[in-house]
Write a protein that binds this ligand. Structure first.
Ligand code: ZN
Length: 133
């Protein structure tokens, strides 16, 4: 598997509009795009930083994964995403190594990316997303 760079860091917030103010007004970042991922019950807002991005995540439903995350742990860093060259190969390799995955096959993420999550129990509590764009 070839990890190219940190693609983005996902931060769970109650509201992208409210939560994004710190990053725009204080840090000078720009909110580039907002997208709703229906099957994940999440609205995403991306703030590009050269080759990486911050991804603010706002739940669109009280039972969505981001809402549950905030309920139990509060707002904050929710996942780290590594850009890989070939996500199919990466998942195959991880399965062969016996790594528990949340997604057995890639699914569609924001911006048309192909993404898959590794189980956080494997990575010391860090939810790791692999993404291919
Ligand atoms: Zn992500």
């Amino acid at each position: 598997m070839k990890i190219k760079h940190i693609d983005h860091i996902g931060i769970a917030v109650k509201s992208i509009e409210e939560g994004g103010k710190f990053f725009t007004e204080m840090l000078g970042l720009k909110l580039q795009k907002v997208e709703i991922i229906e099957d994940q019950k999440v609205k995403t807002g991306f703030f590009p930083i050269t080759d990486s991005e911050l991804e603010l995540l706002e739940s669109t439903a009280p039972d969505g994964p981001v809402a549950k995350y905030i309920d139990s742990r509060g707002e904050g860093v929710q996942h780290i995403a590594f850009r890989v060259e070939n996500i199919d190969e990466a998942l195959k390799e991880l399965k062969e190594k016996g790594v528990r995955l949340i997604d057995q096959e890639p699914r569609k993420g924001a911006g048309g990316a192909r993404i898959a999550f590794i189980h956080p129990k494997e990575s010391h509590g860090v939810l790791v997303e692999l993404c291919e764009k």
